[in-house]
Ligand binder design. Structure first.
Ligand code: DOR
Ligand code: ZN
Length: 351
């Protein structure tokens, strides 16, 4: 059967291996958008203040579960925000207790709420060594922050200047290069036989930098790492549809209210939680790769994290264009939903 003839696809319930849920009113509004289709998600710790300790992660997880509508099931997998003061014992204890699944590394100043991130990587060596020992993975925002480095080069420079040396020093550490945006990152992951995986977002499979900048600036397409030129987008699609177990879905769905996006200095982040699975079905169908969607969205991620895939399934059904709301209202203001720029024909049913 060709992809054009496939009109229904049942896959294991997907997981999101990189998600921003925020807190308070925003959490309340956006959590159902993820829980509707996803079984689990790796929850980013870049709150203000950040989620640094095991106790803070426990408290945040409790707030997430309290915000979950009664008729939904969803498992948040918590992360700890790595600072130069992080205590290796606290990290190890949170991991052993099942509170923290991974640690998140933000180079200081790389993105939204990353001021407490890492400047001197030697200072976090004891934590990384300990994580390698206990088998706890590190999620990495892979961009350098030096002002002299062009923003479109920051991922490639991070790989050469930070990641390669770091992997030499701590080869047993399992690392996830998050939201990869370049051919360079795809090649690096492919050439690395062990202990390295990568997440790819929905929006980086769909937009390139022209979408942000050509014909007027589009703040709703602005995120970090910023989308690159078309050849890089194509490389990401090739990686996603390849079935290579090292590549899996991490949406980086990152809600900001419209007033915070639409200002002279707008926030980075694209909110894809509501329509991600419909968008991905279009991308995989266009690449004649629908049968590979399950590996990317539902199988490769749990495998990398040493977890079982979800038991439940979802069904994607092709039909007339599916209408998603253009925004999700929150008590803090509206949050615009990602507009892929094409009709979405695949509806999602949870089984
Ligand atoms: O676009 C982004 N938004 N990239 C990030 O790394 C952070 C995120 C956020 O928290 O808004
Ligand atoms: Zn993120």
């Amino acid at each position: 059967m060709t992809d054009k003839q496939i009109t229904e696809l049942t896959i294991r319930r997907p997981d999101d291996w990189h998600l921003h849920l925020r807190d308070g009113a925003m959490l309340q509004a956006v959590l159902p958008e993820t829980a509707r289709h996803f079984g689990r998600a790796i929850i980013m710790p870049n709150l203000v203040p950040p989620v640094v300790t095991g106790d803070q992660a426990t408290a945040y997880r409790n707030r997430i579960m309290a915000a979950l509508p009664r008729d939904m099931t969803f498992t948040p997998l918590m992360t700890l925000y790595l600072t130069e003061n992080t205590d290796p014992d606290d990290v190890a204890a949170a991991h052993a207790a099942g509170i923290a699944t991974a640690v998140k590394l933000y180079p200081a100043g790389a993105t939204t709420n990353s001021a407490s991130g890492v400047t001197d990587f030697e200072k976090v060596r004891p934590v990384l060594d300990r994580m390698a020992k206990i088998g706890m993975p590190l999620c990495v925002h892979g961009e350098v922050t030096n002002h002299e480095i062009d923003i479109f080069d920051r991922e490639a420079v991070f790989i050469d200047k930070i990641l390669r040396p770091l992997r030499k020093k701590v080869p047993d550490l399992r690392i996830i290069m998050e939201h990869v945006t370049t051919q360079d990152a795809v090649d690096y992951v492919r050439d690395t036989p062990k202990n390295l995986g990568a997440t790819i977002t929905t929006h980086h499979l769909i937009i390139n930098r022209n979408h942000i900048l050509a014909g007027g600036i589009k703040p709703h397409f602005y995120c970090l790492p910023v989308a690159k030129r078309e050849a890089h987008r194509v490389a990401l699609v090739q990686a996603a549809i390849s079935g290579d177990k090292r590549f899996f879905l991490g949406t980086d769905s990152a809600p900001h209210t419209d007033p915070l996006k639409l200002q002279a200095c707008g926030c980075a982040g694209i909110f894809t939680a509501p329509n991600t699975m419909s968008c991905l079905a279009e991308v995989f169908e266009a690449a004649s790769a629908l049968p590979k969607l399950e590996a990317f969205a539902s199988l490769n991620g749990p495998r990398f994290y040493g977890l079982e895939p979800n038991e439940a399934t979802i069904t994607l059904t092709k039909g007339d264009p599916v209408a998603y709301p253009s925004y999700v209202p929150t008590a803090d203001g509206p949050v615009t939903v990602f507009d892929p720029g094409f009709d979405l024909h695949w509806s999602v049913t949870s089984n």
